[in-house]
Design a protein around this ligand. Structure first.
Ligand code: HEC
Ligand code: HEC
Length: 237
């Protein structure tokens, strides 16, 4: 609980110092700094929660809800941060706004991948060290949807933190999704369902090879679009 706050403090404190030594104090940095930092940490949590809900809405192929959640993420502004960091927040907000008006779930899934890289860019640039819980141990061949969801979120955390360990743990779990998965579910199977399972495995394998943020964002978008495709198919049947 205290460590992220400390991180924000170190980051903004360092920047403040840099700027203050060369000229007038940057706007917004004077007075109530403690309160501002606390607010920033809280909003970071809110942004994270909003992004998680967005992921689930997209995975479930619920475009209206995805639009609503994207709107929430787009509103998370940081008026008090130093100018250096504004472009990073604006990049996140811009992607969220694009997502809010995306015309179909595949486009939304791709944009969600982009959102993750935008988060990662600032975490990289600011040297932010996110303290994530260790990846949960997912059984190889995880079959339940709760496990799919967990694995996908693990990958998302790996993308935005960024964290290699989380990215790979999530991807690895999805490389072995049993092809008979849908037969085990309540709904009858079809050729297309099997295609989607095969695609999940394929993208998960590609995810293990994807080294940089952009490649990861792209493969994550394709993966999430596949989750959404199967759910839409089953729902509209
Ligand atoms: C302008 C820079 C910036 C942007 C953009 C940004 N972050 Fe952060 N984030 C930070 C900093 C700085 C920290 C503090 C890290 C630390 O504790 O050292 C942080 C911390 C976090 C944390 C950890 C918070 C905690 O209390 O444990 C999460 C989660 C997080 N960010 C998620 C996101 C997500 C999701 C996005 C994109 C939707 C995002 N961030 C975009 C700078 C940014
Ligand atoms: C081949 C079809 C198929 C694919 C691919 C698929 N799912 Fe599902 N999903 C289902 C079915 C069927 C259900 C409903 C029955 C169930 O919960 O097992 C479901 C339900 C869910 C639920 C709701 C579970 C609940 O408890 O309400 C979530 C969340 C979910 N899937 C996430 C994912 C994610 C994330 C992916 C992609 C990594 C994915 N699914 C890929 C078929 C699929």
């Amino acid at each position: 609980m205290s460590s992220p706050l400390l991180g924000v403090l170190v980051l903004l404190g360092a920047c403040h110092h840099e700027t203050a030594s060369g000229g007038p104090p940057p706007p917004g940095s004077s007075g109530g700094l403690g309160a501002q930092l606390q607010a920033l940490a809280q909003r970071m949590h809110a942004r994270y929660g909003g992004a998680q809900r967005l992921e689930e809405a997209i995975a479930r192929s619920d475009l209206p809800r995805a639009h609503t959640e994207a709107h929430t993420v787009s509103l998370l502004d940081e008026p008090d941060v130093l100018p250096t960091w504004r472009p990073y927040f604006e990049a996140v907000a811009e992607t969220a706004r694009q997502l809010e008006t995306s015309g179909d779930i595949t486009a939304a899934a791709k944009l969600f991948g982009t959102l993750g890289v935008r988060c990662a860019h600032c975490h990289d640039a600011s040297g932010a060290r996110l303290v994530l819980p260790p990846p949960s141990v997912l059984a190889a061949g995880s079959a339940t949807m709760a496990e799919h969801q967990k694995a996908a979120l693990e990958m998302w955390e790996g993308l935005m933190a960024p964290s290699d360990v989380h990215w790979r743990a999530g991807a690895l779990a999805l490389t072995t999704v049993p092809l008979t998965m849908v037969a085990q579910a309540v709904t009858p199977s079809s050729e297309q369902d099997v295609d989607d399972v095969a695609k999940v495995r394929l993208y998960a394998r590609r995810a293990l090879d994807a080294g940089d943020h952009e490649a990861r964002a792209e493969v994550f978008g394709s993966l999430l679009a596949t989750c959404a495709h199967c759910h839409a198919l089953l729902r509209d049947r």
